[in-house]
Write a protein that binds this ligand. Structure first.
Ligand code: UDP
Ligand code: MG
Length: 323
């Protein structure tokens, strides 16, 4: 049984994407290494991906890697975005258990040992469930509604309120890596992978420093990646709405005929006509857009452009493991 190697201490790889986090980075390194130092066993590693920061993030990372052979620093050639950077990090990990987390200390490194405990219990995926968030109420409301809507339209069972912060085993990593899609929604892929999954409740801390790197547009894009990569309900909605419209129109046509023949009265109403025409063309355009969204995604996928470009890798020579 596989549970045998669960009792041994697995090699843990922590994967973290960073974009302009110079202010919080020293604190992150301090807290994270303190946690990793205390993990049982050896061969642990920390993979930092610098997502084209223009501040001193990369410099600080390289300095840290000089000091600590467990640190690998991957620098991307420009800013490719959070999910691409995280995907890059997952490409470099070599451990038995992977932890993916944000680098702004919103995901507390101290949670990692708790996650590993559940992995030892036999789970393959342990994700942080954000029961409480320290973010503005309107953002919390938006997250709340979004996750519930997403899980109701998706054909994969997506856990509610789970972000990227999670620990998972090598088979899950293999499954995630084997998904070739360009529009990455990693927390979705992680759920899609299956195996035994569980969540542990955590309080999501406020950002340690600075503003979220997710502007409204980036957040919207991530949200739509969640919906459009895990559901075709929006397209089905078009068909359903079309059906309803046809039915309603047919009923009205029958009524009009009946009124004309037996009551000698034809329905009138110029304003109503204009309203109906503009409304229906609005709906048409809307769903043209929805279908366009899927077509655009198909286009992006078939181009098969790489998700990111690596500029340099600094990896300690000493850790001579396979990979
Ligand atoms: N990040 C990144 N590339 C980007 C934006 C963000 O690598 O283009 C990193 C960022 O440094 C952080 C993590 O992704 O470690 C999450 O970003 P952020 O905290 O801005 O997102 P939020 O927590 O607001 O969802
Ligand atoms: Mg954050």
């Amino acid at each position: 049984m596989e549970s045998n190697d669960r009792t041994e201490s697995p090699r843990v790889s922590v994967a973290i994407p960073l974009y302009e986090e110079e202010e919080g980075l020293p604190e992150l390194l301090r807290r994270l290494t303190a946690v990793v130092d205390r993990l049982p066993g050896e061969g642990h590693e920390m993979i930092f991906v610098d997502d084209g920061s223009k501040d001193r993030t990369l410099e600080l990372l390289n300095e840290a890697a000089d000091e600590d052979p467990r640190i690998t620093v991957v620098a991307l050639s420009r800013n490719f975005g959070h999910q691409a950077a995280l995907t890059a990090a997952l490409e470099f990990v070599r451990g038995d258990v992977v932890v993916m987390m944000d680098g702004d200390l919103q995901d507390a490194p101290e949670i990692i040992p708790l996650m590993l405990e559940r992995i030892r219990d036999g789970y393959d995926v342990v994700y942080a469930r954000r029961d409480r968030r320290q973010e503005p109420w309107w953002l919390r409301l938006a997250y709340f509604t979004y996750y519930r809507m997403l899980s109701s339209v998706s054909n994969v069972e997506l856990p509610l309120d789970a972000g990227d912060f999670a620990a998972f085993t090598a088979p899950v990593l293999e499954a995630i890596r084997s998904a070739p899609e360009r529009h990455r929604y990693l927390r979705g892929l992680r759920a899609w992978a299956g195996f035994r999954q569980t969540g542990i409740p955590v309080e999501r801390d406020a950002r340690h420093h600075g503003k979220s790197k997710y502007g409204f547009r980036k957040l919207l894009r991530l949200a739509s990646d969640g919906i459009f990569s895990f559901s075709i309900v929006p397209i089905r909605l078009a068909a359903a709405l079309g059906g309803i419209t046809i039915l309603a129109t047919s009923l009205f046509a029958l009524y009009a005929l009946w009124a004309k023949l037996f009551l000698d009265r034809s329905p009138q109403g110029f304003t109503a006509q204009i309203l109906v025409i503009t409304f229906v063309s609005g709906v048409n355009l809307l769903f043209l857009g929805v279908i366009g969204e899927y077509v655009g995604r198909v286009y992006e996928e078939v181009k098969e452009r790489p998700l990111y470009v690596v500029r340099s890798v600094q990896r300690a020579g000493r850790s001579a493991r396979h990979g």
